[in-house]
Design a protein around this ligand. Structure first.
Ligand code: GLU
Length: 480
């Protein structure tokens, strides 16, 4: 049996897309399950869309996610080069072979001519496609013309019959050949198009299974025809459902954040993102929702892959991220993940005391600052945020004064002692508990939602707590 070889073939056109990670994950799992190899090939033949540095971002992002590859530009391998721009002479050779066999032809149509053709077809209500006019030219003449004249090379699609394949995910798919365009294979800049390069490379790199996004389905008949023209064995094709926005349109950067780097920067835990991506394309045999990569690799089966486009549900991703932060990462590990998100004034020596108070509320690692800033940073305090509809300003003032006095006299600064002192005051004065506790909360933290009040006060320390209560009390002392 041949070794299973899968690949992703990203184009370095900008960001590392979350969709690339999703496709990579399943290609990796499939190869892993069959003891095979997973390859990254860089498809950089579209020079107009090429972005310097984008390739490295893809490797870095996949590394961050923990999806390893066996061969590629960065790690090498027996089928190098793995970058298409370094394989141009190979494609040229195969294009010539196709022309000589009569499966491809030179086309000299200008952009203007193609435009007129398209408009004419649209007027007649036809699907615009190349009408094959250059097929009719004499090959001896065109070969000569091609030496000095601007041209492309086109695939000579058969006019009749069907092209079909058994899709690993979707079952049988077929296309009428007459509806498939005479695809450009070599562009006028001497670069191959995706269609020629992908077939040549998948063949030469001995790719056995092409698992890619469903947006490539309409390209597959062109590829299959090419395999047949070359007389090559075809890989197995499987088309994965595309990730979708909430409105079911294709997940795109216009509507959503799709950059892996930005997920990293926002403070998503990579294991949570991987877990989430697994569930988008596949369901666990035991219906488990939270599982690690090893568990996924062990249980993966292509038969359990989704056929319809999964919605990229950010609420679910955030929930998943919270689960990993709360339950899956050990404290030391979590601290390491949080380090890059600590603001410069974060008191590292207080981390162990603060973490248990906020861990439940961390959704993103980057929330660390907004959830903890009042522990180490002073804030503006307005009188209006302390006032209450339920009680007079005079009572608020009294509440603050008595609290300050009572807490000043505590001998030990422990949350239960602080709490006891505060409760004694509240009961003795029959203050409204909700209002009074909220007053203290806002006075010492500046926020209405915080971790448990007395634990927070303990970590804040006696001096800081009294300082903030005094500041609040002064807002009620000045004459207004
Ligand atoms: N270069 C294509 C892409 O950017 C590869 C598609 C394929 O896997 O064949 O997704």
């Amino acid at each position: 049996m041949k070794t299973v070889r899968t690949r992703i073939a990203p184009s370095p056109t900008g960001i590392a897309h979350v969709g690339t990670a999703y496709i990579a994950l399943f290609n990796y799992a499939f190869a892993h399950q069959h003891g095979g190899k997973f390859i990254i090939r860089i498809e950089d033949t579209d020079r107009a869309r090429f972005v310097e540095g984008a390739e490295q971002v893809i490797y870095d992002a996949l590394k961050w996610l923990g999806i390893p590859h066996n061969e590629g530009v960065d790690v090498g391998g027996p089928y190098a080069p793995y970058r298409q721009s370094e394989r141009l002479s190979i494609y040229k050779k195969y294009a010539v072979e196709l022309i000589e066999k009569g499966h491809a032809y030179y086309c000299f149509c200008t952009a203007e001519e193609l435009d007129v053709m398209r408009k004419e077809q649209q007027k007649q209500g036809k699907v615009p496609m190349y009408d094959g006019r250059c097929r009719l030219l004499d090959p001896v003449v065109t070969k000569k013309r091609a030496e000095g004249e601007r041209h492309v090379v086109r695939l000579h699609m058969p006019n009749e019959g069907k092209t079909e394949w058994e899709d690993l995910i979707r079952g049988k798919i077929e296309f009428e050949n007459v509806l498939v365009d005479d695809q450009v294979l070599m562009k006028s800049d001497g670069f191959p198009t995706y269609h020629l390069a992908v077939v040549v490379d998948d063949h030469l790199m001995e790719i056995t299974h092409v698992l890619r996004g469903e947006e490539w389905i309409s390209s597959t008949p062109k590829h299959i025809v090419l395999y047949d023209m070359f007389g090559w064995k075809k890989p197995v094709f499987g088309h994965m459902p595309l990730l979708r926005n909430a409105d079911h349109s294709k997940l795109s950067k216009r509507k959503n954040d799709v950059s892996l780097v930005s997920y990293m920067q926002k403070g998503y835990v990579q294991e949570a993102l991987v877990n989430f991506l697994c569930l988008l394309g596949w369901s666990h045999p035991n219906n488990e929702e939270v599982f690690d990569l090893q568990n996924f690799l062990k249980n993966f089966a292509i038969e359990r892959m989704q056929k319809t486009g999964p919605v990229f549900d950010f609420n679910k991703l955030n929930w998943m991220n919270g689960v990993y932060i709360r339950e899956k990462l050990g404290t030391a590990e979590l601290r390491g993940r949080l380090e890059p998100f600590f603001p410069t004034d974060f008191p590292r020596d207080k981390f162990d005391a603060i973490l248990p108070l906020i861990r439940e509320r961390l959704v993103l690692l980057s929330d660390i600052e907004s959830l903890t800033d009042f522990f180490y940073r002073d804030f503006q305090l307005e009188k209006s945020t302390l006032q209450s509809k339920k009680v007079e300003d005079g009572v608020v003032k009294e509440q603050l004064e008595k609290t300050i006095e009572s807490l000043r006299n505590t001998t030990e600064w422990k949350y239960d002692i602080v709490e006891a002192a505060v409760r004694v005051l509240q009961e003795a004065n029959t203050w409204n508990k909700g209002q009074y506790f909220m007053l203290l909360r806002v006075a010492v933290t500046g926020k209405t939602a915080t971790p448990p009040l007395f634990e927070t006060i303990e970590v804040l320390g006696k001096d800081k707590t009294l300082e903030r209560l005094t500041r609040a009390q002064k807002l009620f002392s000045s004459q207004k």
